[in-house]
Design a protein around this ligand. Sequence first.
Ligand code: IVH
Length: 680
Amino acid sequence: MKKQNVVAELERLRKELDRHNYLYYVLAKPEISDYEFDRMLEKLIALENEFPNLKTPDSPTQRVGGGITKEFPTVRHRERMLSLSNTYSVEEVGDFYRRVLKLLPGRSKHQGGPAFVAELKFDGVAVSLLYRDGKLVRGATRGDGVQGDDITPNIRTLRSVPLRLGSFSDTPLFSTGSDAEIEVRGEVFMRKDDFTALNEARPEDEQFANPRNATAGTLKLQDSAEVARRKLFFVAYYLKGAPFDDLAHHDRLKELEHLGFYTGGNYRLCYDLEDIYEFIDYWHEQRWELPYEIDGVVLKLNDVSLWEELGATSKSPRWAIAYKYPAQRARTVLRKVVFQVGRLGTVTPVAHLEPVKLAGTTVARSTLHNLDEIERLDIRLNDTVEIEKAGEIIPKVISVVREERPENAGFITVPEVCPSCGTPLQRPADEVNFYCPNEETCPAQVKARLEHFASRNAMDINGLGKAVIEQLVNSKQVYDAGDLYTLTHDKLLKLDRQGERSATKLLRAIEESKKRGYDRVLFALGIRHAGLATARELVSAYPSLDKLQAASTEEMAEVPDIGPVIAESVHAFFRKPYVVEMIEKLRASGLCFAAAKPAVQVSHVFDGMKVIFTGGLERYTRDKAAELVLERGGEVVASVSKNTDLVVAGKEPGGKLEKARKLGIKMISEDEFEEMLGKQ
Ligand code: IVH
């Protein structure tokens, strides 16, 4: 292709991808499938790799992340990022409304009083975006309001953040000088379903309490590729820049949408207090239908020219206020406590409650966490309890209403043997949990392992839910995940409520799951402490199961982010006889136990080479570096031996470097590595 044509083709692909991104993430009206989108993106990636000097920071290819930021620089906000004063009652909202009215006598553009914009109060993390000449140049956290962290590499990965303003439109949206600055503020948040999926992919002791914590934790990650995977969203609620100076706030929200931002669309102009109350009431119930969490409503004076006049207190503006919905609590009665055995043998007390409506759902169960919690709450059967939705997702018993303790209140008896298999329970000296040690055959553990295996981050086997697993295990057709792949129509038809059609569908889903990559398979095996992110680390250090099984604990502990606890857990796992047996069955069924061959062969510079990374790379994650080597014919290995061909040494390289030096293996720096990548 001629250079001129390449430039045009790059621009066409970028614009087209931007447009589809906008259709998907902002308008929720996609015109093409995810598959088609990915093909188009791959095409652009390949073309950019072929012409690396034509890469741009605002290309859609940059959204996949990959860079590592050691420390986020501190930056000053152009204008202080204020917070909002909170109110918890509608009376206070009335006070606010009258106060503004009094401060602005006769200044309103509308009859009767000034107009307000009522918006939803998104429960996430406030972020400021800076655009220069229509291009995203900076994304920063609020910090202390005066200065925050520059998290631009992470912000770039959010698909609802336009990298170029209105780039999908053919007509210019506004005319700016080349250095015109526009600031957009809004909230980064995680959808409820993405939050649940993220937690499912994490070891139990590393789960986030609510979507807001998950968002905050994700934005702070040094590895932008991981941020890209976690699907954060950005909702815009503030626009500032010379082209929009004359617009009222409501018009600015509309303008944000034209520029390519997601606003959620659920805002409304209110002309009096009644309108405002109506909005608050409506969303009180309706908010449970939203795919994300809101914790209140925000009211802003519509006429922006009056904002300055009203000014601000030290923390918050006088022209806006937040109304927060009351905490979601309810009272109900504890009927019984059931001790549930989890995938790793942990015994958890689960409260069975008199069903009660709370935060948009009916709650009949709640976790009591562990025995210490039962003691701490001093909870008895038939007690009236107060429950709350923590992070408004998982209901939790927070207290016992002692005045209402009935005569028949009963003590909760803690089982001495496993409720599922009858094996005596164990409690390690320094732990609050009891365990069932019968890992291999305890039906509760077997079922929970299968549920994990089939879950969406793992093998994602649609139709293989709790009920089906229950029957498969109880009828002794399935002992472990390996047996799933030998199921037949006949076997499935013997189960309750399994018709011809659902059996066919399930078998197809099981067959389909054989296509999952090695990282997902490794995660699905359910190794203690190994979430999906750990599985990925392991895959890039040990690209096949044979290599992983052969690795020693010490060697594994040297892999970044693995450490001795996980290494020990992984090492022990593969030495359990029932695991060995299961893996044999899975192998025989054709599951993937090695990292995929690269989709594209970019060049042959690493052909046949065994490459090792040591120390921290500044511009690539380990995953990315491994992928780049694979795409160029090489292979990444985890430990140095005489067969190693090349060592890439980053910052603070470990013992591997010393060993490599002794063996006389060729060593290069990150810069030299980068140079090799560019060679044809
Ligand atoms: S306006 C000066 N609008 O709530 C006005 N904030 O409690 C600044 N928030 O720091 C904020 N939804 O993180 C505004 N529709 C919305 C909002 C919103 C959520 C957050 C924001 C702010 C905090 C204040």
